[in-house]
Ligand binder design. Sequence first.
Ligand code: UD1
Length: 365
Amino acid sequence: MKFATILGARPQFVKASPLSRGLRQRHQEVLVHTGQHYDYGMSDVFFEELGIPAPDYHLGIGSGPHGAQTGAMLAAVETVLQKEAPEAVIVYGDTNSTLAGALAAAKLHLPVAHVEAGLRSFNRRMPEEINRVLADHVSTWLFAPSEVSRQRLEREGIREGVHVVGDIMVDALRLHGERAAARSRALERFGLRRGAYYLATVHRAENTDDPDVLRGILWALGALDQPVVLPIHPRTEKRVSELGIRAVANVRVLPPQGYLDMLALQRGAACVLTDSGGMQKEAYYLEVPCVTLRNETEWVETVATGWNTLAGTDPERILAAVAQRPGAGTPHPELYGDGLTARRIVEILSAGVPASGLTGATARS
Ligand code: UD1
């Protein structure tokens, strides 16, 4: 079969790495990069490190307001899909590139495979929530990471085409984790001692775009009892400079890190503080406690184990959550599968488009 994969933002490169590899052993894949992330450190380094083939198309859309960015992607992806005429389109996660890819395909009556389906924060003010809900509702194959995500879809009337396959990021970690441990010199480079620092990331619009919230988070990081390294997302860097925030004592700002260095930094940290979805899971897999700088999460299973704490953005709550993080010996059950998610997805896709039709909408009614 011929597939088109649409991606554009950092976490999608990580997720595409294991699936592209498996897919290309049996099928043809056309890779379309929307250009949502365009800096070397946000995009190219991932293709190099993860061995992802160079995109067949680079749409060069770049940044912009949500409507303009998503609309430009929609038009450009449509043109590529018309030219390439794939039999199905693959999208990942919940970014504007996900929505544009899914919508362009559905409008052309091409079946969509959504990897990471059924995730919900139940917060419709997050652009990601809108993207993932809409992508799910136009998809033919919904690859859910867990039973909880399957249930979320069922509550929205989506039963057909749902497959609980585990989390593709476990595959990525298994594929590249050992190389990260062997190759990364990040701890040496930044003068960090294993278990004697915290790793933080902040990039969600709700955390970066409200000055009080951003200031509060940075204040809390500065008040922690061990040094903090903060690989900074371009969005956050811009906001910090607009707000005129200077250096925060105790917090070392780093440029965005590649995947292998980021895994090494997570593995060595005493605790991860983040508003990223992917890092909540990676921290869990690496058995590092996580404090999530949000009031809700899509990855509820990590919270249920006690390894992930939802602290929101109140500085006192953040400090308390770090102080009360779980210690060694806390039970660590397997969540989200065994690292064979890509293989399962390829098997299911190889069986062809299900008879129930394109978007599954009629099957759901
Ligand atoms: C996007 C996703 C988010 C994902 C995140 C991972 C949406 C709505 N959000 O957020 O779900 O967790 O990616 O990083 O799709 N920028 C650069 N260089 C780059 C990329 C971005 O400077 O290479 C700047 C842009 O100027 C822009 C800002 O970062 O102003 C935000 O970029 P955008 O693509 O809108 O969303 P992210 O915040 O990266």
